[in-house]
Design a protein around this ligand. Structure first.
Ligand SMILES: [Zn+2]
Length: 110
């Protein structure tokens, strides 16, 4: 289960950054093209959080939709999968822009 190891890594980052402070809010971005299931990741994070001093902190997991820049159309287009063709022109000259994020976006402590 990959989500669990990602969740453990996120928790490690949270406590590395928070130190002794009380964590009240954790914001995480997860791209649609990472292959990770946001619900499963949230579940793992909640389970891990429960056993820490940050239990009860608000967990905010945001999905980042896949997008790319089509060099033919010269515009940003939506991508459902990493190597999809441009939905506008059908071309494959598309540079991935968004959707690969997997990061700790926000950490609120008090
Ligand atoms: Zn295009």
């Amino acid at each position: 289960m990959h989500e669990l190891s990602i969740a453990q890594e996120m928790m490690r980052l949270v406590f590395e950054n928070a130190g002794e402070a009380k964590v009240v809010r954790i914001g995480i971005d997860i791209g649609d093209l990472t292959g990770f299931e946001p619900d499963a990741l949230t579940f793992c994070l909640e389970a891990l959080l429960d056993k820490t001093p940050a239990a009860g902190a608000t967990l905010d997991v945001a999905r980042i939709p896949g997008s790319g820049f089509c060099n033919t159309c010269a515009r940003v287009v939506a991508l459902a999968r990493r190597y999809d063709a441009c939905p506008e022109c059908g071309g494959l000259d598309v540079d991935l822009r968004g959707g690969r994020e997997l990061r700790l976006r926000e950490l609120e402590v008090e």
